[in-house]
Design a protein around this ligand. Structure first.
Ligand SMILES: Cc1cc2nc3c(=O)[nH]c(=O)nc-3n(C[C@H](O)[C@H](O)[C@H](O)COP(=O)(O)OP(=O)(O)OC[C@H]3O[C@@H](n4cnc5c(N)ncnc54)[C@H](O)[C@@H]3O)c2cc1C
Ligand SMILES: *[C@@H]1O[C@H](CO)[C@@H](O)[C@H](O)[C@H]1NC(C)=O
Ligand SMILES: *[C@@H]1O[C@H](CO)[C@@H](O)[C@H](O)[C@H]1NC(C)=O
Ligand SMILES: *[C@@H]1O[C@H](CO)[C@@H](O)[C@H](O)[C@H]1NC(C)=O
Ligand SMILES: *[C@@H]1O[C@H](CO)[C@@H](O)[C@H](O)[C@H]1NC(C)=O
Length: 507
């Protein structure tokens, strides 16, 4: 195990960060840079850093955001390609944790099972499970970098007759690394980013891969080289500007391009939908018609847009090793799938790429003075803290831009909150909904996406409203401004008290 702090010195910490994925590592860096007088420890249930990028193992696993914005601002992505494979992202997270000494503060194999806030003592008591034992740790602030989905259970999809199937059924969330799909017939059920990644990668060695989708997604082919066509002007700049400056410009350019593309899609849904479909038709082989296979029922960016680096998805369809069906399942049989058109798809392996089950706070039970807080029944304050939950913050990134951008805005907000309250001698901060406001508000979705995995998860994620500090976050440039300058008092209740002695940071 890393680190040198023994159990005793660790039983009281200032900030407990839950999770050592992108969000946890980013938050740790922000804390040690701007609040060095606060000690922090990251508790990670797994045995390694990386979160999502350590957990998922399916062939071809990759980002669909560009790494210039998906990567850390303080340690820019070191490679040229904007879309990266999972193992590269994981090494990048690990290297970053090592480079900045964050790894020393990670406790692996430590799962938070519950957290109790005591108003009498103004502290959190964390119950942490480690090697089958449970230990308690007190903390002054909790920062949840625990991601947004359940690692143990995928989204249930009812597939009629699946129990009859005599081949192998695989869920991408639990991909067996020794799965042999060479010369096998594979059917992928689903049409999200995972299915679109899997198809070309499985088709490299499988006999045949068929993607069976209920409804299509937009799939945007994107050049997989340094900056594509849009950022050619960075090349002459790189002759006389430093690497760090170029990295900053590159990151900002990608933030703006993605933002304007997103806005364009929302403002002109008809035209942008048409352009995206026209791009698809350009790449498709003759035997696969645009309609119905590439004609989504929704407008661009109502659900997450899928990308295909260098059009690998389309290339694989053109090469004839893969196929696509837009239909529903009648029943799964011993040897394949009967679809409602009457056709039977033979299969040796069925991959159920049916999505993630959303989960906030990594399944930990949260209590205030012994009373359990139901996350799905509370509003999120400015996208960062939960109504009625003192001294805790949730890192929930964006769904319509790189997650990390939102995650960094939250981390920077928490640093400012800690410093500001320290200087005002306030010891607890709790978002509260004013009763008169509660009567006026209308609910809004927190995550602005219509995907099934978001719409079926309403009870698992916090709520958002149409006014006051309870509105969902909007975009990075606005949220960073809020993090560094926004109003900390609107809808927040404070407890004044003796300034708690801060423990010196673990060296
Ligand atoms: C296949 C896939 C591809 C994706 N691609 C993109 C993309 O291209 N762009 C994008 O913006 N987003 C993408 N996402 C979303 C992605 O998960 C996030 O962007 C990002 O990786 C989240 O980082 P995180 O640190 O917030 O959470 P995670 O990566 O989920 O890490 C959370 C960590 O917290 C730990 N943890 C959870 N609960 C507890 C607990 N109770 N106690 C202790 N530890 C706990 C977990 O073990 C994990 O290590 C993708 C998601 C998936 C599944
Ligand atoms: C509670 O959190 C605030 C920041 O939100 C921090 O300044 C304060 O010290 C914390 N309280 C205690 C008791 O540590
Ligand atoms: C993208 O480019 C990188 C670097 O050249 C390469 O390693 C990777 O395999 C490419 N990815 C795809 C999906 O083509
Ligand atoms: C989701 O769908 C509903 C109804 O189909 C629509 O009114 C709403 O605007 C959509 N939301 C988003 C974010 O696209
Ligand atoms: C982007 O998503 C956020 C929620 O994650 C939402 O509040 C925001 O309105 C979206 N942006 C636009 C322009 O729709």
């Amino acid at each position: 195990m890393n680190g040198h702090a023994n159990g005793n010195t660790e039983s009281r910490i200032d900030v407990a960060i839950i999770g050592a994925g992108l969000s946890g590592v980013n938050a740790a860096y922000r804390l040690q840079e701007s609040c060095p007088e606060y000690s922090y420890t990251l508790f990670e249930a797994r045995d390694d850093v990386g979160g999502t990028w350590d957990f998922f193992k399916y062939p071809g696993l990759r980002s669909d955001s560009d790494l210039f914005t998906f990567g850390f601002q303080f340690n820019p992505w070191p490679h040229d390609n904007p879309i990266a494979e999972g193992h590269l992202i994981k090494s990048y997270i690990r290297d970053t944790a090592e480079k900045f000494g964050i790894d020393k503060n990670i406790r692996f194999g430590h799962r938070l099972t519950s957290a109790d806030w005591s108003s009498a003592e103004n502290t959190w008591t964390l119950n942490i499970e480690h090697n089958g034992h449970s230990k308690t740790i007190t903390a002054r602030f909790i920062l949840f970098g625990s991601g947004y989905y359940n690692y143990n259970e995928p989204l249930e999809a009812k597939i009629p007759g699946l129990e009859n199937f005599q081949g192998k059924v695989v869920h991408p969330q639990f991909w067996p690394e020794d799965l042999d799909y060479k010369d096998k017939k594979v059917v992928i059920i689903g049409s999200g980013a995972t299915a679109i990644t899997l198809l070309p990668n499985l088709a490299k060695t499988a006999e045949r891969v068929t993607m069976l989708q209920r409804s299509p997604s937009y799939i945007l082919p994107l050049p997989n080289n340094s900056n594509g066509l849009l950022l050619w002007w960075l090349v002459p700049l790189s002759w006389f500007l430093s690497k760090a400056t170029i990295a900053r410009i590159q990151r900002m350019a990608w933030i703006l391009i993605a933002r304007y593309f997103f806005l364009l899609c929302h403002k002109f849904p008809k035209i942008s939908g048409w352009i995206l479909r026209w791009r698809s038709s350009f790449y498709l082989p003759k035997h696969i018609p645009l309609d119905p296979h590439f004609k989504p029922r929704y407008n661009p960016w109502e659900q997450r847009l899928c990308v295909s680096p260098d059009g690998d998805f389309y290339r694989c369809l053109r090469q004839g090793k893969a196929d696509i069906r837009t239909d529903t399942i009648k029943t799964v049989t011993k040897k394949g799938i009967n679809i409602n058109s009457g056709e039977t798809l033979d299969a040796d392996i069925i991959v159920t790429a049916t999505g993630l089950k959303l989960l906030i706070a990594g399944g930990a039970v949260l209590r205030v003075d012994g009373k359990e807080i139901e996350i799905g029944k509370k509003y999120l304050w400015n996208g960062v803290m939960l109504e009625d939950l003192p001294n805790a913050s949730f890192i929930i990134g964006y769904t319509n831009a790189s997650w990390t951008l939102g995650s960094d805005a939250t981390a920077q907000f928490v640093c400012r909150l800690l410093k500001s309250l320290e200087s005002r001698k306030l010891i607890a901060a709790t978002p509260r909904m004013k009763p008169e406001l509660a009567k006026q508000i209308k609910n809004l979705p927190l995550l602005n996406l219509n995907s099934t995995y978001v719409t079926t998860a309403e009870s698992a994620i916090p709520m958002a409203a149409d006014r006051g500090p309870w509105q969902p976050r909007d975009h990075y440039l606005k949220d960073i401004k809020f993090a560094t300058k926004g109003n900390l008092d609107d809808g927040m209740e404070y407890v004044q008290g003796p300034n708690l002695h801060l423990r010196p940071k673990i060296a």
